[in-house]
Design a protein around this ligand. Structure first.
Ligand SMILES: Cc1ncc(COP(=O)(O)O)c(C=O)c1O
Length: 360
């Protein structure tokens, strides 16, 4: 069987080695005679998987001891609500940088909980760049500053992060976690739905500075309180065991690839292949993101008109490329080239783009 040339934005390509390993253990996990999803989440076999996922995340992301790693369901979208529910008190204001549709959604949920402030926005420029946020005007009573480190839909990415230690920094890293080394001490909370670089959908990783846990009110419903997860090693109720098992396999794969320095290098090389085609196309392909804000995970581009973009997408599909249509909210084209997308597939896409240009 030929693996598809998969450029889906999420759920997206997983490393082939991970899928093969899962297949090998599918019916009989570690000699138990049961599949991983048939094991009790209280069994020692599952506990070992769960603990390994946490320890590998700590290792790969260099997470210091004063942080907790939590596994929560409900996707990154639930974090849009849980973050303000746990961390935004009545007397404070939450700051949001608007850099795309996901940050707008995060702000919308925070508005239901408390006071918010838009610290910066590039909305009126079609989110083509990461807006500058003036750190000097941080509000005294800011509960936190929320950013989206990679904007999956618009194809922009933060390449350096705010460093003002006065305001806790929170990042939605759903579409670029594990794509590059991280200085966790810069952040107070990060969250990421797994279905891009971490594994299948079903589990969301939340990494929170322990100090912040004191802020959650006891009045919160248990399942919406970070402390419930922190106090119970994310085993208060049944966790998504299969998703966490696959997460463990993806983390082992990333570790074997050489860790995040190596993965970052591969991601830079892959992104360069496509951006070079765009830049050398004499305006045939028009990149959506401004150069300084380009994402290494989602390469967004248009052709000179909608008809041409449609024709490109149609022919790309015929040629076996999957998932190149832009998000339904903005159209155009998008190649999502997460960690698991092989460089050869990116190269094939670059060749297709060049050939399409020559034919037209
Ligand atoms: C940056 C970002 N945040 C949040 C979400 C929403 O994630 P979920 O579907 O897990 O709620 C996505 C989904 O693509 C995303 O890319």
């Amino acid at each position: 069987m030929n693996r598809a040339l998969n450029f889906n934005a999420g759920p997206s390509a997983l490393p082939e080695a991970v899928l093969k390993e899962a297949e090998k253990n599918w019916l009989d996990f570690n000699g138990t005679g049961m599949a991983i999803m048939e094991l009790s989440h209280r069994s020692k076999e599952y506990q070992a998987v769960h603990d390994k996922a946490i320890s590998l995340l700590k290792k790969l992301l260099s997470i210091p001891d004063d942080y907790e790693v939590l596994f929560i369901q409900g996707g990154a979208s639930l974090q849009f609500s849980m973050v303000p529910m746990n961390l935004l008190s009545k007397s404070q204001t939450a700051q949001y940088v608007l850099s795309g549709s996901w940050s707008e959604k995060a702000l919308k949920e925070a508005n239901k909980i408390g006071k918010t402030f838009i610290a910066a926005s590039s909305k009126d420029q079609k989110y083509r760049f990461i807006p500058e946020h003036n750190e000097d005007c941080d509000l005294e009573n800011a509960a936190y500053l929320h950013i989206t480190s990679n904007n999956t839909i618009y194809g922009t990415q933060w390449h350096s992060f705010p460093s003002n230690k006065k305001t806790p920094l929170i990042a939605d890293m759903s579409s670029d976690i594990l794509s590059r080394p991280l200085d966790m001490s810069n952040f107070d909370l990060i969250y990421a739905g797994a279905q891009k670089n971490l594994g299948p959908s079903g589990v969301t990783v939340v990494i929170i500075r322990k100090e912040l846990l004191e802020k959650s009110s006891e009045e919160l419903p248990s399942m919406l309180n970070y402390n419930t997860y922190a106090k119970n090693n994310s085993l208060y109720n049944t966790p998504p065991t299969l998703a966490i098992y696959l997460l463990t396999l993806v983390l082992e794969w990333a570790d074997k690839e050489g860790g995040l320095e190596q993965i970052e290098k591969m991601n830079e090389e892959k992104a360069k292949i496509l951006y070079d085609v765009i830049d050398e196309s004499d305006g045939f392909y028009l990149g959506h993101a401004l150069k300084g804000s380009r994402s290494r995970m989602n390469v967004t581009f248009n052709l000179h008109n909608e008809e041409a973009s449609k024709d490109f997408l149609h022919q790309a599909k015929e040629a076996g490329f999957v998932g190149l249509g832009g998000h339904r909210s903005i159209g155009g084209c998008r190649a999502s080239i997460y960690n698991a997308v092989p460089a050869e597939h990116v190269q094939k896409l670059a060749e297709f783009m060049k050939a399409f240009k020559n034919r037209n």
